[in-house]
Design a protein around this ligand. Structure first.
Ligand code: ASP
Length: 339
C-alpha cells in the first residue's frame, strides 16, 4: 500500500540560499526543490509538507519549537504513516532527543534530517539525505525517532553532531547505528524500538524551565558553580571528567552541589568524553556525588540528558520520581546497566 508522510520543514542549511550576508533560509525554496526530487525518484511517497514561518537557522531553536513540532505530529498522527522533520544540523541532535521523550508509544517512524551543504549547491548531501529520510519514514519496522544522515540511520537520542564541516556530521558514539543505505536499505531489527501497542500520546514541555549545562575544566571554581546554582535552577547537566569524576580537593564544590540538590535542582552527571560512561563510585573523586544527590547519566549524551530533564520536569512535579526516571532507560537513550 502506498504511504503518506507528513513533513515538517523548520529551516536549516538544507533549504538555504546565498544572500549578501551569507546563507539564509528562503521560504518556498525547499518545497519547490522537493517536488522536483520526488518526481525524479520512482516510488517516492506522497507527502504533505508544512513549512514553518519563519524558517530558522537551528542555532536559533528554542524549546518552544519542540512543542510546535510535537503539536503538528500529534494533530496529523492518525492520518499519516510516518513523519519527516527537516531541520538545521546545529541543534538537530537536541531536537531528535527532545522528540523521543515527548512522543509516547510511537508506532510510526519520525525521521529527522538536514544537510551540511544546501540544495542550491552542487554537489550536495541534501538530496540524498532527504530521499533516505523519506524512505526510512515509510518503513513499517520503525517506530521511533531516528536521524537519517549520510546514508546512516541513527537513534535520535543517542546522536551527536560530531563535525562542523564534514558531511558525515552525526554519529552515535555509544550505540551502534540502526541502519544504513548500502545499495539497499539495511535495518538492524535487533536494535530498533519495539512498536508500541498502547495509544500514542504527545507530551508538551515547559519552555520556562531553567535548565543549565556546565562542562568542568581545570580552573573552574566552586564559587562559579555555586553562583550558577543559586539562580535557582530546575535542572543541571554537569559534564564531568572521564567516568564521572569531579575534583575532590575543595569541599565547597560538593557542598554547593548538595545544597542545590536539596533545594530541588535535579543534577545529572554526564561524562564530557565523546564515548564511554559515568560510573559514580569507581574513583574516590566521584563517590561523593551520589550522596550529594546527583543522578548518574551513564552513557547518555548531554543532548539526551538536557532534553530528558525538560521532559521529566514538565511531566511531574515529584522530584523523587524525576530523579528515579532520569537514571532509567526510557527511550533507548541509556544502556540498561546504568549505575
Ligand atoms: N546553522 C545551520 C543550522 O543549524 C547549520 C546546518 O543546518 O547545517 O540551521
Amino acid at each position: 500500500m502506498s504511504k503518506r508522510l507528513f513533513v515538517i520543514y523548520t529551516g536549516g542549511t538544507i533549504g538555504m540560499t546565498a544572500t549578501a550576508s551569507g546563507y539564509a533560509p528562503e521560504a518556498g525554496y525547499l518545497p519547490r526543490e522537493l517536488e522536483k526530487i520526488a518526481a525524479s525518484h520512482p516510488g517516492f511517497p506522497a507527502y504533505t509538507l508544512k513549512e514553518y514561518a519563519p524558517l530558522i537557522d537551528s542555532s536559533n531553536l528554542q524549546p518552544s519549537h519542540w512543542n510546535q513540532i510535537v503539536a503538528d505530529i500529534e494533530a496529523n498522527y492518525p492520518e499519516y504513516d510516518g513523519f519527516v522533520v527537516i531541520h538545521g544540523t546545529d541543534t538537530l541532535a537536541y531536537t531528535a532527543s527532545a522528540l523521543s521523550f515527548m512522543l509516547d508509544n510511537l508506532s510510526k517512524p519520525v525521521i529527522v534530517t538536514g544537510s551540511m551543504v544546501p540544495l542550491c549547491e552542487t554537489p550536495n548531501d541534501a538530496e540524498q539525505n532527504l530521499v533516505d529520510a523519506f524512505m526510512w519514514a515509510c518503513d513499517d519496522n520503525l517506530s521511533e525517532v531516528a536521524i537519517a544522515f549520510n546514508r546512516q540511520l541513527m537513534r535520535g537520542n543517542r546522536a551527536r553532531k560530531l563535525s562542523g564541516s564534514d558531511i558525515n556530521a552525526f554519529g552515535t558514539p555509544n550505540y551502534p547505528i540502526l541502519g544504513r543505505v548500502h545499495g539497499e536499505r539495511e535495518l538492524n531489527q535487533a536494535l530498533v524500538a519495539i512498536k508500541s501497542s498502547f495509544a500514542f500520546k504527545a507530551h508538551p514541555i515547559r519552555p520556562d524551565l531553567r535548565i543549565a549545562g556546565l562542562k568542568l575544566y581545570p580552573g573552574f571554581s566552586a564559587s562559579l558553580i555555586a553562583g550558577l546554582l543559586s539562580t535557582p535552577l530546575d535542572g543541571l547537566v554537569l559534564e564531568t571528567y572521564g567516568a564521572g569524576n569531579v575534583p575532590d580537593y575543595d569541599p565547597a564544590l560538593l557542598a554547593a552541589l548538595t545544597e542545590a540538590s536539596k533545594r530541588g535542582t535535579v543534577i545529572i552527571n554526564c561524562t564530557q568524553c565523546p564515548s564511554g560512561r559515568v560510573a559514580m563510585g569507581h574513583y574516590a573523586a566521584s563517590s561523593a556525588l551520589g550522596k550529594a544527590g546527583l543522578v548518574s547519566g551513564g552513557d547518555m549524551t548531554v543532548e539526551a540528558a538536557i532534553t530528558k530533564l525538560y521532559a521529566l520536569l514538565s511531566q511531574s512535579p515529584d522530584l523523587v520520581s524525576v530523579r528515579e526516571r532520569a537514571a532509567l532507560n526510557l527511550r533507548g537513550e541509556v544502556s540498561l546497566d546504568n549505575a
